[in-house]
Write a new protein. Structure first.
Length: 299
């Protein structure tokens, strides 16, 4: 089935047909910015945005994100990769170049709560989420019609303690080479280590608390019992340490003694939607560089 695409998304693809993004991390040293800028200049590219950050100018790590326009970029991409390798080797870089008009393909995992899924679908319909939604996978049937009404494939894969391995194998089979990354939109299952290792820094989760507070289940009830004055949500990349992966985005809202646990859940749902959508957008726009268990996010 072919995904719905708005005119706004089509406009995005046309506008960005020659837009490239270069992400770099390496030991900080003189000459990095000059070398990158000169390389792009000699290739005929025009830099339209450049951001950089160093942990310490004296022996720290340097991070850089560059957006550039290069005529006929798709045809030049292979040559660009090959020639930039010489620059990368010189500065011991970890790097990648992506083409803005090659939309990333995402799978959304969801259980029964719809709010995070709906936010992603709304933004995608509006053309504000530049992605291909390859499929939605759920361990419940509840949201099938919501998804299929947009011509997005919906796959129901029930998960129990005894069938978890078989369920994940089926998820792998369905996604195969069709998916670049996964979004857990309140998918209430813990992924196995083997599953997570297959998608390093490519599984984005939303946790319904302001991490590192209240890791695990029932965070709103625990927040209420503790009498917190702030609640929040955290979007992070998934690792094999539960709710401890690199944090992409967080937000909070003030609460007080008049709010019960249900109030916290209601307010938290809004924060979760916004935080997850931001994190997904920044991932799609190649604004996130992961280093160790942290992220550098150029927004």
């Amino acid at each position: 089935m072919k995904n719905f695409k708005s005119n706004k998304l089509d406009t995005f693809l046309e506008k960005n047909k020659n837009r490239g993004r270069l992400l770099i991390s390496c030991p900080d040293q003189p000459g990095i910015v000059a070398a990158v800028s000169n390389f792009l200049h000699l290739k005929g590219a025009n830099i339209v945005q450049s951001d950089q950050y160093t942990t310490d100018p004296e022996g720290g790590l340097f991070f850089m994100r560059v957006e550039f326009d290069l005529p006929d970029l798709s045809a030049q991409a292979t040559n660009l990769y090959e020639e930039f390798t010489r620059i990368a080797d010189r500065f011991d870089m970890r790097w990648r170049i992506s083409l803005a008009n090659r939309l990333k393909r995402m799978a959304i995992f969801v259980s029964q709560q719809e709010h995070c899924l709906l936010e992603l679908l709304w933004q995608w319909q509006a053309g504000d989420l530049p992605a291909e939604i390859a499929m939605v996978i759920s361990n419940h049937e509840d949201l099938r019609s919501t998804v299929e009404d947009l011509n997005i494939p919906y796959h129901y894969i029930p998960v129990t303690k005894d069938t978890k391995q078989e369920a994940e194998q089926e998820q792998h089979r369905l996604m195969s080479d069709q998916v670049d990354f996964i979004v857990l939109a309140r998918y209430m299952q813990i992924l196995s280590p083997s599953f997570v290792e297959h998608y390093p820094s490519r599984i984005i989760n939303i946790h319904h608390s302001f991490l590192p507070a209240f890791i695990g289940a029932r965070p709103y009830e625990r927040a209420y019992d503790r009498g917190v004055k702030l609640i929040g949500a955290t979007s992070h990349y998934v690792t094999n340490d539960l709710d401890e992966g690199p944090i992409i985005e967080q937000d909070i809202q003030r609460v007080n003694h008049q709010h019960d646990a249900n109030d916290l859940k209601r307010m938290g749902r809004y924060i979760e939607r916004v935080v997850l959508a931001r994190a997904v957008t920044w991932h799609l726009e190649d604004r996130v560089i992961v280093h160790d268990n942290k992220t550098v996010v150029f927004t």
